[in-house]
Design a protein around this ligand. Structure first.
Ligand code: ATP
Length: 372
């Protein structure tokens, strides 16, 4: 069992740069935590502090009830799998996996048992006598994971392990990692800048920006209820559309220099109670929840606006339609099966107003009475 707790963890590098601010999380045994965010947000620094490769400037790191700030990496019961999975080129797959156990002077029968068990889990049994250069990228990545598995750690740390792989292989390795996580019943902490990896792998995602944690949540909740504009723009492909405008006393959202749409009753009541009537806000809607087909235009008739169609892209089962609405950019996802003429210069667009969010223009926080 491995609980990992970070309590008010900060990192200030020797040059004075404050890379991570007050990081707090309780990671439960079996969690698959994904640290996500743009380049430079502090996710690798956080992982390296957990690994013991970077000193913790202040705060506590507790693994299995034990404060680990000052423990050497090898004494932390963790294993790290790097993006650059440097395997020993002159050793076979078997010896690459056995090596760390050999130098720990573990009994040879036990080494064999652990290497074979890892090879079984990772589907590497047929390749045990090969050298790394005789393997594909995905197989090499599996060997790198195997080197960690044989050590039987409580916590696995992954730093962008898939970023060297091509898109197709990344997809299949994602699936493998997810299955591996279930088989090992271990705690995974995983760094990526790829929000698709975060959504597909995590039990909980931590989104970071400029050293600050923005939101810690399940993928579904992160997608459905982003805490602030940054998370709303980071999670989801294509990202949410943001529209500037005002909340009117008649219960409508008024796009700047543009049309009005009726806000859902419960949402308007919330905006009203929180003092937003007459104020400027940002309305955010996912491209998935705007529609251009006749049935939805009729269903959401109180929230239909005219847009200019700039261009569209065919992506198999759906089109992405890029347009302009009240001088603001809009992207809408339209199912290929929907009967919509995208060759027109103008079209009607309906919003599912139950699914839109409103954000405070100054604080950029989602406007809600819920505790967030
Ligand atoms: P990436 O996806 O590019 O790896 P990241 O979110 O993992 O980004 P970190 O590597 O954690 O980012 O770096 C966070 C910030 O700390 C960056 O601004 C980086 O320049 C800075 N930084 C990293 N290492 C040092 C160091 N040794 N000294 C000073 N600043 C550093």
């Amino acid at each position: 069992m491995a609980d990992v707790i970070l309590k008010d963890v900060n990192k200030v590098y020797p040059n004075g740069f404050h890379a991570v601010y007050d990081f707090n999380i309780h990671i439960n045994h079996g969690d698959f935590i994904v640290l996500a965010g743009p380049s430079g947000c502090g996710k690798s620094t956080t992982l390296r502090m957990i690994a013991g490769l970077e000193e913790i400037s202040s705060g506590d790191l507790i693994i299995n009830g034990k404060r680990c700030n000052d423990l050497a990496p090898r004494d932390r019961d963790i294993a790290m799998v790097f993006q650059n999975y440097a395997l020993y080129g002159h050793m076979t797959v078997y010896h690459n996996m056995a090596f760390s156990l050999l130098i720990r002077k573990i009994d040879s029968d036990e080494i064999h048992r652990r290497v074979m068990a890892a090879a079984e889990i990772l589907g590497l049994v047929p390749y045990l006598n090969r050298k790394p250069k005789q393997l594909s990228g995905g197989q090499r990545q599996r060997v790198a994971v195997g080197r960690s598995i044989v050590r039987n750690p409580a916590v696995f740390l992954f730093d962008e392990p898939l970023s060297n792989l091509d898109a197709k292989l990344r997809g299949s390795m994602r699936k493998e990692l997810s299955i591996l996580h279930q088989k090992l019943n271990a705690t995974f902490i995983y760094v990526t800048h790829d929000q698709i990896e975060a959504l597909t792998l995590a039990t909980r995602i931590v989104v970071m920006k400029d050293g600050y944690v923005q939101q810690i949540d399940t993928p579904k909740n992160m997608f459905d209820n982003p805490r602030n504009l940054f998370v709303a723009g980071f999670i989801g492909t294509p990202p949410m559309n943001f529209y500037h405008g005002t909340v009117e006393s008649d219960g409508c959202f008024h796009f700047f220099d543009g049309p009005k749409v009726k806000i859902a009753d419960a949402k308007f009541a919330e905006l009203k109670d929180l003092g937003y009537v007459g104020k400027e806000v940002v309305m955010a809607s996912r491209p998935d929840y705007t529609y251009m087909d006749d049935a939805h235009l009729a269903e959401y008739s109180e929230a239909v606006v005219e847009m200019d169609i700039d261009t569209s892209e065919m992506l198999g089962s759906y089109f992405l339609v890029y347009g302009t609405l009240a001088n603001q950019t809009v992207i809408s996802k339209v199912l290929s099966s929907a009967k919509v003429d995208l060759s027109r210069p103008k079209a009607s667009l309906a919003f599912d107003m139950e699914r839109v969010h409103f954000f405070d223009k100054e604080t950029e926080m989602r406007i809600t009475k819920e505790e967030i």
